[in-house]
Design a protein around this ligand. Structure first.
Ligand SMILES: [Zn+2]
Length: 483
């Protein structure tokens, strides 16, 4: 089956054809590092990690280039630096804020099972022309001015939206509509109220770089145009790449403006061939906000839940649909994972991915359907439905291989699993069955000291025994994972 992706720009799901199958190129907008990332920020990171893994599976691990930037220059960062480190010179304070936050972000998303992207450029390293000749913001802005798409006014360099006839195509916002509500007085220096900042002058107390337009700093949008070109610009001057991703909230103005800058600077028909956007996330039925007190950071969640649970819970919903993030959903996801771990503990994954599971992912990343398929082939479910005969090691091995594509590498050793949380402790089912038999034998010979010892030993592993009777009324002991 071919890979099909939904493209926000053309509003259709169509077959994915890479420009160069030996180097499939994807860019996803990364975090602005001034505060802990929240669970809404985690969604694109997880969704595009699944796509990255799928592309690697399809085209080969060495044939996919994934770039996710780090925005480490932003007025929000300046404010945070001044607040948190009032005694320090601003630049030093900014470095403290961005380094700490970027490190935290990396640790958070690694715990969510996300592979590191191929490149994670930091904006501040791409402001000025570089020794290695990779694209940079100042050169890009000069190109835009030279081609008549940008101008200097009022201490800023602005993009001239009217210089681009199809500006607004991604968001479907037409220029004449945007003009209506604009605050004309504030924007008096602009040719059109929709013109946006490429460069602005910095005061002495603000971070700045010396440029042809004076000491200043870049606008947000130009960062992504420069960093995507720096790592995804093809051979022979082909600047168009394959996939650009991000959250729905970035379509306007951020992605609209990235397209305008990149296309006009390079003179190309497109910036990327497929524009992919994940849907919104709300918490317990409400929009997440600090004032409502339902603001959930990835870091908070990881204190209570293993990363795989958070990840599975995110992927239960198709990436383009809105998600309602709930405690109930997390609990359900943990139960599912507990079952899966029980199924595949200490089993070597097979080389094959389940074909139906793969087809679901190839259909515009239908993770919901893929997870349903994992349920269908889950040995636990088959056993509970009395299909004991259907059990085969192959099913479990394919299940493990498939689940790994979705969830990141499942922990392999018992020690790793124990580290990831008690409820996901690796379970050696054969050993438990043996212990249960030993305990039954001890009870039969009335050696209650030994039977209690075995029960306590299992409890220490997080396994709780339940004594009951089977259909024929004979004593039967079952077990479950302690919660
Ligand atoms: Zn961006």
């Amino acid at each position: 089956m071919e890979l099909r992706l939904y493209d926000t720009l053309t509003k259709e799901k169509r077959a994915f054809t890479p420009i160069d199958p030996s180097n499939v190129r994807m860019y996803v907008c990364g975090p602005t590092v001034y505060d802990f990332a929240h669970i809404g920020n985690a969604r694109p990171v997880i969704v595009f990690d699944v796509l990255f893994r799928l592309l690697r599976h399809r085209y080969g691990a060495d044939h996919v280039t994934y770039v996710r930037n780090i925005t480490d220059v932003d007025d929000k960062i300046n404010d945070r630096a001044a607040r948190d480190f009032p005694g320090l010179p601003l630049n030093e304070a900014i470095r403290k804020v961005t380094e700490k936050t970027a490190d935290q972000f990396q640790a958070d998303v690694a715990a969510l099972g996300c592979l590191p992207p191929t490149h994670q450029p930091r904006a501040t390293e791409f402001v000025l022309p570089r020794a290695d000749g990779r694209a940079d913001m100042v050169t890009l802005i000069r190109q835009l001015i030279a081609r008549g798409h940008a101008y200097e006014a009022g201490g800023e360099v602005l993009f001239d939206v009217q210089s681009m006839p199809d500006y607004g195509a991604l968001s479907g916002r037409r220029l004449d509509e945007q003009k209506a509500g604009a605050r004309v007085a504030v924007d008096a220096h602009k040719r059109n109220p929709a013109d946006f900042v490429l460069w602005k002058l910095s005061s002495e107390n603000e971070p700045g770089w010396d440029s042809p337009w004076g000491r200043g700093r870049p606008g947000w949008h130009i960062e992504c145009s420069a960093m995507s070109a720096a790592y995804l610009g093809g051979e022979r001057g082909d600047e168009v790449f394959d996939i650009h991703g991000g959250g729905l909230d970035l379509i306007f103005p951020h992605h609209e403006n990235e397209i305008a800058q990149s296309r006009c600077a390079h003179g190309t028909h497109a910036m990327a061939n497929y524009w992919m956007h994940n849907g919104f996330l709300q918490v317990e039925g409400e929009k997440m906000s600090k004032s409502l007190g339902n603001f959930v950071t990835i870091n908070d969640l990881l204190r209570d839940w293993p990363g795989e649970v958070v990840r599975l819970n995110m992927l239960k919903t198709h990436y383009r649909s809105p998600i309602d993030w709930t405690l109930k959903g997390l609990e359900e996801s943990r139960r599912v994972l507990d079952d899966w771990y029980k199924d595949v503990a200490d089993i070597e994954p097979s080389d094959d991915i389940d074909p139906e599971f793969l087809d679901a992912l190839l259909d515009d990343l239908n993770t919901h359907k893929a997870i349903t398929r994992l349920h269908q082939i889950s040995p636990t479910l088959r056993l509970s439905e009395g299909r004991l005969d259907d059990w085969s090691g192959d099913a479990a091995r394919r299940h493990k291989k498939s689940a790994a594509l979705l969830l990141g590498l499942l922990p392999q050793t018992a020690a790793e699993r124990t580290e990831r949380g008690r409820s996901l402790t690796g379970i050696d089912t054969a050993r438990i069955d043996q212990s249960i038999n030993d305990r039954a034998a001890a009870r039969a010979r009335k050696d209650f000291k030994e039977s209690d010892r075995i029960r306590d030993e299992l409890a220490a592993m997080g396994v709780v025994l339940k004594d009951g009777k089977d259909a024929d009324g004979k004593p039967k002991t079952t077990w479950e994972i302690a919660r």
